[in-house]
Design a protein around this ligand. Structure first.
Ligand code: 4AZ
Length: 837
């Protein structure tokens, strides 16, 4: 008997049929006879017996099904694999599955696979069939799928048999003898069931990129409509021999949850986990390039969607690159006293199955300091068995390393080897090397325990500049510093500011409270007015303890439209109807980035669409002057000081301005939506000397259409307060250093809200309750000229709220000089009155 014919084939539904025939209900032929009489009588007994027999038959049937047939219930299991045929030469016709050459070779491969599986009883029993999907060069590589019908509970045994067979052939313990083809390097693994669900419509494309012509891969319907639900699409991509493929996504916008919709990129022509380079979902901004490079001239892209929520989708270009191209070259000899090197394709994904070696030699007598500004190398475990960077004789790095990780090498020579295995690639690394004198590793600088060098001026300044805090240890604190119990020094004015700066709370203990202040149970002081206001201002919430409803309604809290007062912290737009009339959940179509994932001093470039409410205000036909925020399709919020006439320009006139919405790069105004202004409403109490009430409203001449790059930001409730220490985000095209030029690309930075009392002391008593202070008191991060009018955004309840408007400051990013922002909640009623928003 042919071993492949042994065992039972899987027939869908066969078990149901078996169950049906095993259970037979007896017919009740004469209903009249079954009518109830007084007492059971003869008929009653017969009916009883019939029912009993039926129940018995049912039980027996179920038992027979369970013990006899169920074990034959089989699951369809598909293994995908590739193998190398060492005694064949690739011909072009193998690229075409309809060619005779393809069919002949495919039949031979299928025959030999069958005889290969016959060597294992586990596989021979359950094998159904194989299909060859493609061939590629090298000598000839065949990509196939093998289908098995595996009884429930036996799949682990079959998985083991398949992988041990692959191991034997890959390690050349065996070669296939039963046919004319000689195989080696047989690799196969079970296909993820999500890729062959029958509920999905399946489409397959085969494309060949040439040097003269790129190919395009895009999700079905892109760009005109969202991608189709329940689909499985795969693209088999090829290049010419001697080339590798580069897949560059220019748009990538899928559902956030990868278990619903996802794209996979394989370094193979079949979907095999061993060659899975990456699985991606969510959004990738064009400013954060997503490109993949294959290790040979083939690549497979698969796209799976489920029935829910379809997004715009993706588009990618496929180009071929010569193996010798400098674009993918890596490694080599490096000399001189400093230099840089990166993983191939950095800052995008490095190719799989790649090795690069750099031999660095600096002048005799000097030592080498290696620094990794960025380091992301894929790994599954800490000892770096997969992808890694080996600093030979020193250490091996993998995973994600902190920015500027430093490795000193006590020699003038070092070899660095980067290795990636066949699956799971990442963005790689950038590295620099420089020399240091063995006797003085940190000339004129402080050497941290982690071997970093930092400026002597930052020693004991309260800020962890080393990364391991060694610059803040063993400090003798002078009178302007707090001596923390743990040995750190922190600036005195950080005392009692509700932020645990010491790390052991020393700076927040024994804070005596002034008149008009409430002493929290944790010794913190907060304004008496904040007691029972519905917001926990004390870190331990003690200012909200023992409050009666009367207190709560007197003090500021969220006021519902139905007159109810809410004590819950941040009830707005949290998805719960706290008011009972849903007024805390109305106007919540705001503050969401269309994408799941865009100067400001000390910031970084935003991603495209990261701040879709950010507006750039230009004086007509000139340049950017101020920022603003979109609060509806017709209204913007900006700073009043941006719209004050001066001797030359009539800033208060709507006709002076043009507003750019959805702008990212100042040079790309043509890609943004331009609007003129219908009216400008500065706050009537704006004070040009003190910058009090620094807020203004602008009405657009025409409403805008919302899009991925234009959205509204949510307005906070009038009662919202932003406690000290809270992180907020500032954004704008302002100067990147004090007195410097504006930023060409939108910048963002995170700063922390600073206690109003501390801020008032730092700013010489100029802070009013209409202002909020935020910054990083050690300096370096701040808003600056040109950011004015723009948003200070706070992330709450999964959306962004306009906490403040950039207003003023004492210079930019100076130590102990926070940025000052207009406190938007104080103007909530005025905004509503003027705009209806
Ligand atoms: C300005 O001139 C400006 N450091 C804005 C913010 C700050 C300073 C100046 C805060 O627009």
């Amino acid at each position: 008997m042919d071993p492949m014919d042994g065992g039972m084939r899987y027939t869908p539904g066969s078990s149901d049929k078996d169950w049906d025939t095993a259970v037979t209900f007896l017919p009740a032929s004469d209903n009249k006879k079954l009518e109830k009489k007084r007492g059971p009588g003869k008929v009653g007994i017969v009916v009883g017996l019939v029912i009993l027999a039926a129940v018995l038959a049912l039980i027996i049937g179920l038992l027979v099904w369970h013990f006899h047939f169920r074990k034959d219930l089989k699951l369809q299991k598909i293994y995908t694999g590739s193998l190398r045929i060492t005694n064949q030469v690739f011909v072009d016709a193998y690229e075409n599955p309809d060619s005779t050459e393809f069919k002949d070779l495919a039949n031979q491969v299928m025959d030999q696979l069958k005889s290969m599986y016959s060597e294992s009883p586990e596989m021979s029993k359950y094998y159904i069939t194989s299909r060859v999907q493609a061939f590629s060069e090298g000598s000839v590589i065949a990509y196939y799928e093998s289908e098995f019908a595996v009884p429930v509970g036996k799949d682990a045994a079959v998985d083991r048999a398949v992988s041990s067979l692959s191991e034997m052939y890959s390690n050349k313990i065996r070669r296939v003898q039963q046919g004319p083809l000689v195989f080696d390097h047989v690799v196969s693994s079970a296909l993820d069931t999500r890729l062959f669900s029958k509920a999905r419509t399946s489409t397959r494309f085969a494309q060949h990129a040439r040097s003269s012509a790129e190919e395009i891969v895009k999700s079905p319907g892109f760009p005109d409509q969202p991608y189709t639900p329940n689909s499985f699409v795969q693209w088999q991509l090829r290049g010419d021999p001697g080339h590798v493929l580069k897949l560059s996504f220019d748009t990538f916008n899928l559902e956030k949850n990868c278990s619903n919709d996802f794209v996979r990129v394989y370094d193979s022509l079949v979907a095999m986990d061993k060659y899975l380079m990456a699985e991606k979902c969510g959004f990738y901004s064009p400013s954060n390039p997503l490109t993949f490079i294959s290790s040979r001239n083939v690549m497979l892209v698969t796209f799976v969607t489920n029935e829910e929520e379809n997004f715009p989708g993706f588009r990618a270009r496929v180009t071929q690159i010569s193996r010798e191209s400098p674009e993918i070259a890596c490694g080599g000899k490096l000399s001189g006293s400093s230099g840089i090197f990166t993983s191939p394709n950095f800052p995008s994904y490095y190719p799989a199955s790649t090795t690069c070696q750099w031999d660095i030699e600096v002048p005799d007598g000097k030592f080498i300091k290696l620094k990794f500004p960025k380091f992301m190398v894929s790994t599954g475990s800490p000892n770096c068995p997969e992808d890694n960077v080996q600093i030979v004789g020193k250490s091996t790095l993998c995973g994600q390393q902190p920015a500027n990780t430093m490795v000193p090498v006590n020699s003038n020579k070092v070899t660095v080897v980067f290795k990636s295995d066949s699956s799971q690639v990442d963005r790689g690394f950038s590295a620099t090397y420089e020399v240091f004198e063995p006797s003085d590793p940190c000339p004129d600088q402080f050497q941290c325990d982690n071997k970093r060098c930092v400026s002597l001026s930052v020693r004991c300044d309260g800020w962890n500049d080393c990364g391991d805090s060694t610059d803040e240890k063993n400090c003798k604190c002078d009178a302007s510093m707090i001596q923390c119990r743990n040995g750190f020094c922190k600036p005195m004015f950080w005392r009692c500011d509700s932020v645990n700066d010491c790390g052991d709370d020393t700076d927040e203990l024994n804070c005596g409270c002034k008149i008009g202040e409430f002493k929290c149970k944790n010794d913190q002081c907060v304004s008496e007015k904040l007691k029972c206001d519905g917001n926990p201002d004390c870190k331990d919430g003690s200012d909200e303890e023992g409050c009666t409803r009367g207190d709560i309604c007197q003090a500021s809290t969220f006021a519902c439209s139905n007159g109810k007062c809410i004590t819950k912290l941040k009830p707005m737009c949290d998805g719960q109807d706290d008011c009972g009339d849903n007024s805390d959940e109305s106007n919540c179509d705001c503050g969401k980035k269309a994408y799941s994932k865009s100067r400001i001093v000390g910031g970084q470039e935003a991603d495209v669409g990261e701040f879709p409410w950010q507006v750039s205000l230009h004086v007509k036909n000139t340049a950017h002057v101020c920022g603003a925020s979109v609060i509806s399709d017709r209204w913007l919020v900006t700073a009043a000081h941006c719209v004050q006439d001066d001797a030359k320009i009539k800033y208060a006139q709507p006709g002076t301005w043009e507003a750019y919405l959805g702008l990212h790069r100042q040079k790309e105004k043509q890609l943004a939506t331009k609007r003129y202004l219908k009216q400008i409403i500065p706050h009537p109490y704006y004070n040009a000397y003190t910058y009090d009430n620094d807020i203004a409203l602008m009405e657009l001449d025409l409403p805008v259409t919302f899009s991925a790059t234009i959205q509204t930001i949510c307005l906070p409730a009038a009662t919202d307060v932003f406690p000290a220490g809270e992180t907020v985000t500032i954004s704008g095209w302002g100067a990147t250093r004090e007195g410097g030029a504006g930023a060409p690309v939108l910048q963002k930075a995170n700063v922390r809200v600073i206690n109003g009392t501390v801020c008032n002391e730092l700013m010489g008593g100029q802070i009013t309750s209409r202002m909020t202070c935020a910054g990083i008191l050690t300096g370096g991060v701040d808003a600056c000229q040109g950011d004015s009018g723009g948003p200070m955004s706070l992330f709450t309840n999964d959306r962004m709220f306009l906490a403040g408007v950039v207003s003023w400051g004492d210079g930019c990013a100076r130590r102990n000089k926070p940025g000052i922002y207009t406190n938007v909640p104080k103007f909530r009623a005025w905004i509503k009155e003027k705009t209806g928003v």
